[in-house]
Design a protein around this ligand. Structure first.
Ligand SMILES: Cc1ncc(COP(=O)(O)O)c(C=O)c1O
Length: 429
């Protein structure tokens, strides 16, 4: 697979103005207002295609991680391309079902699934429930027995593999962290499951973290999963038919995504060599991040103590990654293509000093009314947005060639208070 496949066709300049595919971003701002998330359908499909091509020939099934971008129009687009999903809550189950996925298209991850969520997943016929603790296993056995069904289960393993990610909050795979069953407890837990007549152990899963730019951790994890599969099968406990390596793909330390994906595919090969084993992967960010931008308008400019400050109409409630993970996102002007000359902090209106998109960044010479985009905002953008400061969440727009469509309406003030009861109905026991 060449680099060409990965060239995101999504964003380009025409006469200096930034377009998403065949649509001028200024037109979207005009029609839909700001802040607005904009996604390029072609980029999403292109990313998926790059991954599929790199993994061609391996028995892999992609389960897109819904949490990265859970808007149903995006889910439906991905469904049309034949992927399954990885869900982590009953809310995501609802989204996926209503976007057209069947339970059999889903794996259900998550460290704290409630009994209600487990029951809903069982009733929906989810392909695999990836359990993370003995308490969850006991609860699931009870639910499956009540419903008189046998449920396919994968053990989510904590492999104790350290990964290098841009922020410590996106690492999940070391002992002491909340995720998974410690790798050295897996055999004991698997043995215990033989006492659970309504659970069928069919898989082993793991997830190492997010934005992993090296493939060595995936190779280590793949070897560990294969070793555990062999041990479980060797002890006559169960037949393992799926090994799930989770998500977390970055773009590769060299920035050469083509080489990275090839090396990733090589890391998975050890699983492919196990007879009768399907490989599952759960990429989220890799598929949608580059496809999205957050379109925002500059409200004000000011300076303080020699620092230039650009205030935008989008804030940390709309896009929290820079505040939460100190993530770096390119910021571009929609209509100024000049070299960036202004050294500034780009901040939002929320009453928090942590409300920023960039600090000490060179950006174009913008002023009130200028349109900016925050790049690489398609993953963990809208799906992490909140109403903090009673700010309605932004709109979402999908671009497909020369056309664009609203896929999530901007919230209204009425939406903010819709479920509140301002005159409480008190109960007494
Ligand atoms: C279990 C699981 N799978 C997949 C993902 C997706 O990760 P990414 O978006 O980095 O690919 C996550 C992210 O937190 C996860 O927790």
């Amino acid at each position: 697979m060449g680099q060409g496949v990965l060239e995101a066709p999504g964003y380009s300049r025409r006469d200096g103005v930034l377009w998403c595919e065949g649509v001028n971003l200024g037109v979207i701002a005009e029609r839909m207002g700001t802040p607005t998330y904009v996604y390029s359908a072609a980029t999403i499909c292109n990313r998926l295609e790059s991954l599929t091509q790199a993994l061609a020939g391996l028995p892999v099934h992609i389960h897109y991680s819904v949490k990265a971008n859970s808007s149903r129009a995006i889910l439906a687009l991905l469904k049309s391309r034949g992927v399954g999903v990885d869900i982590v809550s009953a809310g995501e189950l609802h989204r996926a079902l209503t976007a057209g996925f069947a339970g059999s298209d889903m794996v259900f991850s998550g460290v704290g699934k409630t009994a209600v969520e487990l029951e809903r997943a069982v009733r929906a016929g989810v392909k695999s429930i990836n359990v993370e603790s003995e308490g969850e296993i006991a609860s699931l056995q009870e639910i499956a027995a009540d419903l008189r069904v046998v449920v396919s289960v994968a053990l989510r393993v904590n492999p104790d593999i350290a990964v290098d990610t841009p922020h410590k909050y996106t690492r999940t795979a070391e002992l002491g962290m909340k995720f998974g069953i410690p790798h050295d407890s897996v055999m004991r837990v698997a043995r215990g499951m033989t006492e659970m007549p309504n659970l069928k152990l069919t898989g082993i899963a793991t997830h190492l973290g997010s934005q992993i730019d090296a493939v060595a951790p995936y190779a280590r994890a793949a070897h560990l999963l294969v070793r555990l599969k062999r041990e479980i099968e060797g002890a006559g406990i169960a037949t393992i038919s799926t090994l799930d390596l989770g998500g977390g793909l970055g773009l590769g330390a060299s920035g050469d995504s083509g080489a990275y994906l090839q090396a990733y595919a090589e890391a998975l090969r050890v699983i492919a060599e196990e007879p009768g084993t399907e490989i599952l992967i759960e990429p989220g960010r890799f598929i949608v991040a580059e496809a999205g931008v957050l379109l925002t308008r500059v409200l004000y400019r000011k300076s303080s103590g020699g620092t230039e400050i650009v205030v935008t109409d989008a804030g940390m409630n709309d896009f929290i990654r820079p505040s939460l993970y100190e993530s770096l996102h390119a910021i571009e002007s929609v209509d100024i293509a000049d070299e960036p000359k202004l050294l500034a902090n780009v901040v939002g209106p929320v009453c928090e000093s942590g409300d920023f998109f960039a600090t000490g960044r060179l950006i174009p010479e913008v002023g009130p009314g200028s349109l900016l985009v925050v790049r690489t905002a398609g993953a963990y953008g809208y799906s992490m947005a909140s109403n903090y400061n009673s700010r309605p969440r932004p709109a979402e727009v999908l671009v497909d060639g020369d056309r664009f469509a609203l896929i999530t309406e901007r919230e209204s003030d009425a939406d903010l208070t819709r479920r509140e009861i301002s005159a409480p109905h008190w109960s007494e026991d």
